[in-house]
Design a protein around this ligand. Structure first.
Ligand SMILES: Cc1cc2nc3c(=O)[nH]c(=O)nc-3n(C[C@H](O)[C@H](O)[C@H](O)COP(=O)(O)OP(=O)(O)OC[C@H]3O[C@@H](n4cnc5c(N)ncnc54)[C@H](O)[C@@H]3O)c2cc1C
Ligand code: SF4
Length: 786
């Protein structure tokens, strides 16, 4: 059966089931489009969320350690990030707050430190109808219990300071129906579209466990709402499916490759991993800010011409976690004030501090401060300030994170380490974690190092913003007669974010955005980014509602477009290369060669590519073992062929990438008089498995001046799409130049080895051929000839 007949093809594939993905899948399915949603995590029906220490210890996402749980904890240079992995994405562990982005905070052309601008190509008016649509589905409502001790404590403290305070809309069912009477543990009747879990949901019982998954089913999470509605309209939801590769198809559309994780074995053994492929006309990326950016970075070879904005405009939405510890009713009596952070939904109250854009005379960036009830995921951080054993566990984790960094490892997922740390701590009943977020500075950059993502972002440029947030939190603590505590990570100027944003930002053009104002990737029709990655800056308040509304807006426009759209009609198979040449059995010679330089994607001229890549610090190098398998034949054949094995290194493409097949030709004659070339052709794959060919040549010709060293040490390289066989041509993906440094050349001379019946003779023959060709080219005889 041919490839086209075998590969499944649909109208829409959605990657990820968070706020962007669920909305996109629902809208496409509701409009009658065949839709497949691929989600790496598993479904979590009510009652299935981890609670005891053993379950909590396995509730992390790190498949290489056989962890397939809910929390994905990432550690970067100056930032930790917590995201979710499960059917429903971040909604499974979020705190239910649905706020709209402040109208004046959609900035335009706002300069960023280090260059560039934060620019929102959309405004609040563009999102307004879509905010309405999302709210109709998620039915947020303020907590009907405004006088819970923690809600009252924060409200009173804020009011005493003259701050704007309110009880924000929460996507929680406090009553069986949106306009019904609140009551705890009442059965919620299923909506018309049913419920994909087919499990009973109960109204909120105020247990404060929203951030570790609601076992009652009281949260109006995406699985109970959008995803159930999408399934009702025929969407095929596929949990346990992690997407790895994206390839454009020649006839339009995209091939998506993914791994399907099998069911866990009874004995806890490794889960199976089945490779899968699907073709789609439209591809909606919604793997979260970090997930989508990783996918695009790893697939940039497959997606030529991606804007240089890829990876930019990253920020953690200004998240800052601090603690008001040991509140007292008044300082004189010293009596403890009951705050009971574990009663109620995790967040019930929000303080809003205005921005200079709102006309605030302080002239600062605006922010929100909310209480973060518990038990909640960051509980272990709080414990570290109080409990010795937790302190030791936290110290161990901190040490491991720092060691990873110090050794230069870029293993960004530290879920396994954190899994060991989580304990059963309880906060005192008079303490309150405070969560700040706001209009941070989006000057972070997501990059690939050794195939893993890293985030180049630090608190330094945002320090003024963070200082202002801390001052407000300190003042609130003081109003509560509580001690203000930073979280321990702040001591090293690191922050924990639960709101990572950016990496594939919207923009006006490819110069300032990866996607246009309608979420479509510049240069790649039919490929959309519909999640937090598309945000070109901080949202300010909790971002989920804005992400969902933006997805609704993007898909609405897709649906208004031509209904047919391009069809995925071609195969994405590589052109088959020639069969590997068998080694000959004569005397062989080999040596190792290392060349380093710069290569820019999107360039076709090696010199231009080199200059640009140098500016951007886009390095490229290889280390190869060149083998001449049969010296006699090598000398007799005018192409003087050898093989090349080893690896290339290119951070843009995923770090160290093994060469699958390599050709080498020493001093091949060319059409030009007295000019020879040394040629290299290397087949390899980028991290996402996309095939590529590096073709390089050194020109050996006697030009005026002493150019022997320059000629023999300079390799002009072109990166081609696919595995292009010798003599073949391919689409050019990039170009640049590599050099051998004198030090590396000296080392190369020590690597010459020969094997066979008379190795010394072979070495001499090879060396003589090398020297004679150079002498012919550059020596006096050749010059006289001319
Ligand atoms: C503890 C906590 C509390 C929060 N509270 C709030 C709040 O109260 N209000 C608010 O607005 N926001 C809150 N947030 C933030 C909110 O959850 C996120 O902003 C939101 O979920 C982001 O939506 P998204 O669509 O961009 O991505 P996500 O919701 O993160 O969804 C991405 C999905 O893609 C999946 N995925 C990733 N890679 C792949 C892949 N390669 N293949 C297949 N699937 C993949 C992931 O498993 C995940 O399910 C909170 C977050 C946390 C962690
Ligand atoms: S407080 Fe408890 S019951 Fe209510 S939404 Fe949160 S986790 Fe569910």
């Amino acid at each position: 059966m041919d490839e086209r007949a075998r590969v499944e093809r649909v109208d829409a594939v959605v990657v990820g089931s968070g706020f962007g993905g669920s909305v996109a899948a629902y809208r496409m399915a509701e409009a009658g489009r065949t839709t497949v949603l691929l989600e790496r995590g598993r479904p979590y029906p009510p009652g299935s969320f981890a609670r005891n220490p053993h379950e909590m210890g396995r509730a992390f996402w790190e498949p290489k350690d056989e962890l397939f749980g809910l929390f994905d904890v990432k550690s970067f240079r100056k930032l930790e990030a917590i995201v979710s992995s499960g059917l429903g994405g971040g909604s499974l562990i979020y705190a239910n707050v649905l706020l709209r982005k402040d109208e004046r905070w959609f900035v335009q052309d706002s300069p960023l430190p280090g260059g560039g601008y934060e620019h929102w190509p959309i405004g609040r008016a563009d999102l307004e109808p879509h905010y309405d649509a999302v709210e109709r589905m998620l039915t947020p409502t303020p907590s009907p219990y405004p006088d819970l001790p923690k809600a009252k404590a924060l409200r009173e403290a804020a009011e005493a300071l003259g701050l704007e305070v309110s009880h924000p809309p929460l996507a929680v069912s406090f009553a069986p129906t949106p306009d019904g009477k609140p009551g705890m543990k009442q059965v919620i009747p299923p909506p018309d579209y049913g419920n994909l879990h087919r499990a009973t949901r109960l109204t909120c019982r105020l247990c404060g466990e929203c951030d570790i998954g609601c076992n009652e089913g009281a949260k109006n999470t995406l699985d109970h709402t959008y995803l159930s509605a999408a399934a009702h309209h025929g969407a095929d939801l596929r949990p346990n499916c992690e997407v790895a590769g994206i390839t454009p198809l020649r006839g339009g559309g995209y091939a998506v490759t993914y791994v399907e994780y099998g069911d866990p074995l009874q004995d806890g053994g490794p889960r199976t991993r089945r490779p899968r492929k699907i073709h789609t006309d439209r591809l909606f990326l919604a793997a979260g800010a970090l997930g989508t950016t990783t996918l695009l970075l790893r697939n940039r070879l497959n997606l030529p011409g991606l804007s240089r904005a890829l990876g930019t405009r990253f920020c953690g939405n200004g998240d800052l976690l601090t603690f008001a510890m040991g509140a007292r009713t008044d300082t004189a009596s010293g009596a403890m004030r009951l705050i009971d952070g574990s009663q109620g939904p995790v967040i019930t109250t929000t303080v809003r501090v205005p921005d200079a854009l709102d006309g605030d005379p302080r002239g600062e960036r605006g922010y929100y401060v909310q209480e973060a009830g518990f038990p909640e995921f960051a509980n272990w951080l709080i414990e570290t300030t109080q409990v010795t054993s937790s302190m030791q566990r936290a110290a161990t984790v901190a040490r491991e994170i720092l060691l990873h960094r110090w050794r230069g490892h870029n293993e960004s997922t530290v879920s396994a380490e954190v899994a060991r740390l989580v304990g059963q701590g309880r906060l005192g009943s008079s303490s309150l974690p405070l969560l700040g977020m706001g209009r941070d500075i989006a000057d972070g950059r997501v990059i690939l190092t050794d195939g893993e993502i890293d985030v180049d972002w630090s608190t330094s440029t945002s320090m003024r913003y963070f200082s202002a947030v801390r001052e407000t939190m300190r003042a609130l603590s003081s109003q509560l007669n509580a001690e203000f505590h930073d979280n321990p990570l702040w001591w090293t100027r690191r922050v924990v974010t639960v709101h990572p944003l950016g990496g594939a930002p919207m923009g006006r053009s490819p110069y300032d955005g990866l996607v246009d104002a309608h979420g479509e990737v510049f240069g790649h029709p039919g490929l959309f980014v519909v999640d937090g990655a598309a945000m070109p800056g901080p949202v300010g308040p909790n971002p989920a509602l804005t992400i969902a509304a933006n997805a609704d807006r993007i898909v609405e426009r897709v649906l208004q477009g031509p209904s047919g759209g391009p069809r995925a009609s071609d195969t994405d198979e590589d052109a088959a290369g020639p069969a590997p040449a068998g080694l000959l059995d004569g005397d062989s010679v080999e040596f190792t060669e290392q060349m380093k330089g710069f290569l820019a994607l999107g360039e076709t001229d090696p010199m231009t590519g080199y200059s640009r890549a140098r500016l951007l610090n886009h390095r490229f190098s290889f280390e190869l073992t060149i083998t001449v398998p049969d010296v006699e034949r090598f000398l007799a054949d005018e192409d003087h062929p050898g093989t090349a094995a080893g690896a290339v290194r290119c951070e843009l493409l995923g770090g160290r990438l093994p060469v699958e097949r390599g050709w080498f030709n020493l001093f091949v004659g060319t059409a030009e008089v007295a000019t020879r070339e040394m040629c290299y052709r290397l087949w390899f794959r980028d991290l996402a498995g996309a095939p590529a060919t590096l073709y390089g040549f050194k020109t050996v010709r006697n030009d005026p001046g002493f150019d022997l060293w320059r000629d023999t040490s300079t390799l002009y390289v072109t990166l081609l799409k696919g595995h292009v066989p010798p003599g073949g041509e391919g689409d050019v993906l990039g170009a640049g130049m590599l050099r051998i440094l004198p030090r590396d050349f000296a080392r190369q001379l020590t690597t010459f080895r020969a094997d066979g019946r008379s190795p010394v003779r072979s070495l001499r023959q090879f060396g003589t051929h090398f020297a004679r060709t150079l002498l012919d080219t550059y020596g006096p005889v050749r010059k006289e000839d001319r």
